[in-house]
Structure formats: structure tokens, C-alpha cells
Design a protein around this ligand. Structure first.
Ligand SMILES: Cc1ncc(C[n+]2csc(CCOP(=O)(O)OP(=O)(O)O)c2C)c(N)n1
Ligand SMILES: [Mg+2]
Length: 329
């Protein structure tokens, strides 16, 4: 991929094209997961991130491989952005032995230490203290790395989120809090669960910078994250980025819907980050070149699904293997 973007260095059109291809891959994977779920090939509810791809892909584009992220229950774009192989991800979602956690984790608990993915998290707000612990480890070991932790607008109301932000700022830890404000916590609209409209305003209370960014604008997300990551790398402490976005579909594959007003969804559809980035690329590179990016993403998605479907389930005899790290206290 082209050079990593920095605040002074807006992403090149080649970088935007590469990130677009990843966003498109995430959308295609989500659509494939929707079908596989209906066919009974996945277990339990799945939380798709359709409409939020620019946040996960844009934020992780500002990170190095050795940097670490913690994720949420809606993490597929975070995983792909951090470099998790799409085939291993799909295999994990389908509980196959070739998954990143050998099929033990499932879609909410994907972890991949080689790519700096400490894990998704099914406990709302639970990933923030874990990220802060990892950031403390980086600081103690004098490593130049940063941690990004994603949280939803619902998670921002959880006690653990406030504790994590306070101590991260107090100890100037290298962590970036990225709040994906998608307007809903489960079925509850943000205005009914948050004391403030803009979560970023709370940053002042923790003594850290807070920035609101259009979460459906890929380039804006990359640049805002770049600023926060550079600050953390300089040892100046954490930042809070609030990415305004929208969950185009329901909460999960178990959602019966009916609480997202149709006109609200309609208003967000033209702001779809994939459509917006595509239009920008077509203007710069032309339709035929962008069509090849779409084809690349489709081929990668098909490969990932085929790989997962062809993979075996873990042998029953080995079900308790790999649950503990050998030698860990
Ligand atoms: C501690 C805890 N409380 C409640 C739940 C049930 N729950 C799962 S997701 C969710 C809403 C989360 O909303 P938000 O953080 O905005 O994330 P989004 O689903 O919008 O991505 C709730 C209440 C949970 N998993 N953990
Ligand atoms: Mg939400």
C-alpha cells in the first residue's frame, strides 16, 4: 500500500483507492454474512456494520501493524482494517477450525495478536479498560506504539468507559478512544440515553482533546485519527474522537426493526461512505479503474466465503484445547 497518511500528508488517491477496496470488502462480507445467517451457517446474532465502514477502515489506516486495537460487538470493519485475513475472519464467524481463534470466539470475540487485534468484546464498554491496560504496558515498556479502542454511543454511557478515559488521561497513556456515534444503543435513540448530544464534549472533563469528525468521510476520519495517534506517540496522552455515522441496518440479525424511522434511514442513504468514496474515486480515476477495485473486493469476499465453507469444524476431542496460554499464571 502507499505511504501511511499523516496530518500534514493527506492520503494520496492510491491510498484512498486501497482503503475504498477494503471498505467495499467489508460491505460485501456483511452482505454475505446476512445470507449465510439466513441459511443457518452461522450461530447467534450477528452485528453488521453496514454504513459505518469508513470509521473502522479509516481509523486503522492511521496505525502501524505493531499498534493495537480493541473492538466492540460490531467490529468487522475494525478487524479487516487492522489486517485480519478475510478468510480467517469468515471461518471464525462460522466456528471453523481455520478461524483466527480456531472457531472458539465467533464474530464478537475475534482476536488476532499477529495483527494487533487484542479482541472484539461482547460486554458493552468492556474493551476500554483492556485498551488502557495495553497502553500502560506500552508506556512501561517504553514502546512507541499506540492503542485504539472503539466504542459505541451506548458504550459511552457505561461506567467503565469513564474510568478508562480518566485514568488514561491522568497517566498520559498512548490510547485513542474512537466513539462510533451511530445514533442508537440497541433500539434506544441517542437522545434518550445520553446527557449530551456530542460525546466529544466530555473530553474536556477528562482533560484530553475531543474532536467530532464526519464518520462517513473516509479522508476526514484518517486525518483526525492521524492527529490523535501522533499526539499519543509523542507521549502527550489520549484523545477522544467522535465519529458521527449511522447504522443503516438493525442492531443485529435478530432485530425485528420498526424503530428506525424510514425517513431517517432515507436521509442517511446518500451519505453512505462507500458511495461517497466511490464518487470521489470515479472523478479522479474514472469508472473503469474503480470497477476493477469493486471486482477485487468481490473476488476477495468470494475467496473468504469459500475458504470458510470448505474449512472443518474443530474436532470435538480438542474443544478444551487452547483455552489457556501455556505457562500463564
Ligand atoms: C454491559 C452490557 N450491557 C448491556 C449489553 C446488551 N447490549 C449489547 S449491545 C448494546 C447496545 C450498544 O450500543 P452502542 O454502544 O451504541 O453500540 P452499537 O450497537 O450501536 O454499535 C447493549 C445494550 C451488553 N452486551 N453489555
Ligand atoms: Mg450505537
Amino acid at each position: 500500500m502507499a505511504k501511511r497518511p499523516t496530518p500534514a500528508n493527506a492520503p494520496s488517491i492510491d491510498t484512498i483507492a486501497a482503503l475504498y477496496t477494503r471498505m467495499k470488502l467489508v460491505r460485501l462480507l456483511e452482505e454475505a454474512i446476512g445470507i449465510l445467517h439466513k441459511e443457518g451457517k452461522t450461530r447467534g446474532p450477528i452485528h453488521r456494520c453496514d454504513g459505518q465502514e469508513a470509521v473502522g477502515i479509516g481509523v486503522t489506516a492511521a496505525l502501524e501493524r505493531e499498534d493495537v486495537i480493541t473492538s466492540t460487538h460490531r467490529g468487522h470493519a475494525h478487524y479487516i482494517g487492522k489486517g485480519v485475513d478475510a478468510g480467517a475472519l469468515m471461518a471464525e464467524i462460522m466456528g471453523r477450525a481455520t478461524g483466527t481463534c480456531r472457531g472458539r470466539g465467533g464474530h464478537m470475540l475475534v482476536a488476532d495478536r499477529d495483527n494487533g487485534l487484542l479482541g472484539g468484546c461482547g460486554i458493552v464498554g468492556g474493551a476500554l479498560p483492556i485498551a488502557v491496560g495495553q497502553a500502560l504496558a506500552f508506556q512501561v515498556r517504553k514502546r512507541p506504539n499506540v492503542v485504539v479502542t472503539f466504542l459505541g454511543d451506548g458504550a459511552a454511557q457505561i461506567g467503565a468507559a469513564h474510568e478508562a478515559m480518566n485514568v488514561a488521561s491522568l497517566w498520559k497513556l498512548p490510547v485513542v478512544f474512537v466513539c462510533e456515534h451511530n445514533e442508537y444503543g440497541l433500539t434506544v435513540p441517542a437522545r434518550e440515553q445520553s446527557s449530551v448530544k456530542d460525546i466529544a464534549t466530555r473530553a474536556a472533563g477528562y482533560g484530553m482533546p475531543g474532536e467530532i469528525v464526519d464518520g462517513n468521510d473516509l479522508v476526514a476520519v484518517v486525518q483526525a485519527t492521524g492527529r490523535a495517534v501522533q499526539r499519543a506517540r509523542r507521549g502527550e496522552g489520549p484523545s477522544l474522537i467522535e465519529a458521527k455515522t449511522y447504522r443503516l441496518l438493525g442492531f443485529s440479525t435478530s432485530d425485528v426493526g420498526g424503530y428506525q424511522p424510514a425517513e431517517e434511514v432515507q436521509a442517511w442513504l446518500p451519505r453512505d461512505p462507500i458511495l461517497r468514496t466511490r464518487a470521489r474515486l470515479v472523478a479522479a480515476l474514472g469508472e473503469p479503474r474503480v470497477a476493477t477495485l469493486d471486482a477485487e473486493a468481490a473476488a476477495e469476499c468470494a475467496r473468504a466465503v469459500d475458504f470458510a465453507l470448505a474449512s472443518p469444524l474443530p474436532p470435538v476431542a480438542e474443544l478444551d484445547a487452547g483455552e489457556y496460554v501455556a505457562g500463564a499464571a
